[in-house]
Write a protein that binds this ligand. Structure first.
Ligand code: ATP
Ligand code: MG
Length: 382
């Protein structure tokens, strides 16, 4: 008599398998992140995979896993004993809904002492499926059935879902992302999460008070990104009017670069206190006048930390498609009064010299603008 197979989700790591000495740290982080996404569940590790047995809602757990960085793929699976009769019986039982579908069996063994090779397992189970009236199509299957022979059990899965890949959020350290209401910066933040970075956010607003930001789409963008970010994160909110008041006399053609420098200076100060190891922007080379290599150079020296620009080489269409994948696109295109649109001149210079920007900073007393703005920064926790 066969014992009942238990249902679970088997999760395979992405790159973390490659990370040598850090491997156990990465695995622990991934398990923690999975735990906070799937709710109550039994989670165990076995032979380079994580087995998740949700205590409530399989569908919810699968949805949660689709938002965890560090997963190569995952699948709803059945865990059984390693007898071929048991394995075949289970495949036949679970294959019933796939009548009329072209099937292919794909066995693999991490237990190399198992008495059959993978092709032999494929043949035995494939034959049994055919005998039960299923169609097998090795070359062009519609549904794959995976059989993994581990040391203590066999894992059977119908299909696999691709995970987000990347590294578990948190393993790389923390960065501060300059978040606007546009399409690019939420995507840039999301890509940094993909590289294992915990992310806090800084937003400069043109509203009359911080309450305007509380009621705006900005906290909703952060909440959305937080779905990928199990750790707590913060949104720093700073007014832009100190800069605005002092910059009225500045040549409008260079104002945007000076504004960029202001943002980077402010962000650097917050990051130095907050333990962030870098800044992030949604800049993409050549997308707008402030993002020419010359203007990026002129702005960049204001930062005291490395500035990561994960979208530097992406064109707008690619960024929009990533925004769709991250789920931020529809919020990003909601109307919002961003301060960049107030700063932007009709014909901004595409080649601001750093010396010119420095000169203007002296004239308007940038140091003082940054200090006054810093004193007004508010923080929202998520
Ligand atoms: P986005 O779609 O992210 O707004 P964009 O193409 O509109 O980008 P800009 O408005 O020139 O580009 O801004 C470039 C980058 O500067 C943004 O990606 C963001 O990182 C940062 N930034 C712009 N405006 C703000 C703001 N109000 N607060 C914080 N950071 C900002
Ligand atoms: Mg913008």
């Amino acid at each position: 008599m066969f014992h009942l197979a238990s249902e679970a989700i088997s999760v395979h790591f992405a790159e973390i398998a490659l990370k040598g000495g850090n491997r156990s740290q990465f695995e622990n982080a991934l398990v923690d992140n999975i735990r906070s996404q799937v709710g109550r569940a039994k989670i165990s590790r076995t032979e380079s995979r994580i087995i998740v047995t949700p205590e409530c809602g399989m569908e919810d757990a699968l949805k949660g896993l689709s938002k965890v960085f560090g997963i190569a793929w995952f699948s709803r699976s059945y865990i059984t004993g390693k007898e071929m009769e048991e394995i075949t019986a289970l495949v036949l039982e679970k294959a019933v809904p796939f009548k009329g579908t072209r099937l292919r069996v794909e066995a693999s063994r991490s237990d190399k002492s198992f008495s059959l090779t993978s092709p032999e397992i494929n043949r035995i189970v494939g034959k049994a499926l055919e005998a039960a009236g299923h169609g097998i199509d090795i070359k062009n299957p519609e549904q794959k059935i995976y059989i993994e022979i581990l040391n203590d059990c066999a894992v059977i899965s119908f299909g696999r879902s691709r995970g987000l890949g990347g590294l578990p959020v948190g393993v790389s350290g923390k960065v501060l992302s300059l978040l606007s209401g546009g399409i690019d910066s939420p995507v840039a933040s999301w890509l940094m999460m993909k590289r294992g970075c915990a992310v806090d956010f800084l937003h400069l607003h043109a509203g009359r008070s911080v309450e305007d930001v509380h009621g705006s789409k900005m906290p909703r963008i952060v909440k959305l990104l937080k779905q990928y970010h199990p750790q707590k994160c913060r949104l720093f909110i700073a007014p832009y009017d100190e800069f605005y008041k002092r910059s009225v006399a500045v040549d409008p053609r260079v104002e945007l670069v000076v504004f960029r420098r202001f943002m980077l200076r402010l962000a650097s100060r917050i990051a130095e206190q907050g333990g962030h190891l870098g800044l992030v922007t949604g800049d993409s080379i050549g997308q707008v006048a402030s993002q020419t290599l010359e203007n990026l150079l002129a702005a960049n020296e204001a930062a005291s930390l490395p500035v990561y620009r994960p979208l530097a080489t992406y064109d707008k269409q690619e960024i929009i498609s990533l925004a769709g994948k991250a789920g931020t696109y529809s919020l990003s295109i909601e109307d919002y009064k961003d301060c960049c649109s107030l700063v932007a001149a009709k014909h901004p210079s595409t080649k601001v010299r750093p010396e010119k920007a420095r000169e203007i900073e002296e004239e308007i007393n940038m140091h003082d603008i940054v200090e006054k703005t810093l004193a007004q920064v508010e923080v929202m926790e998520f």
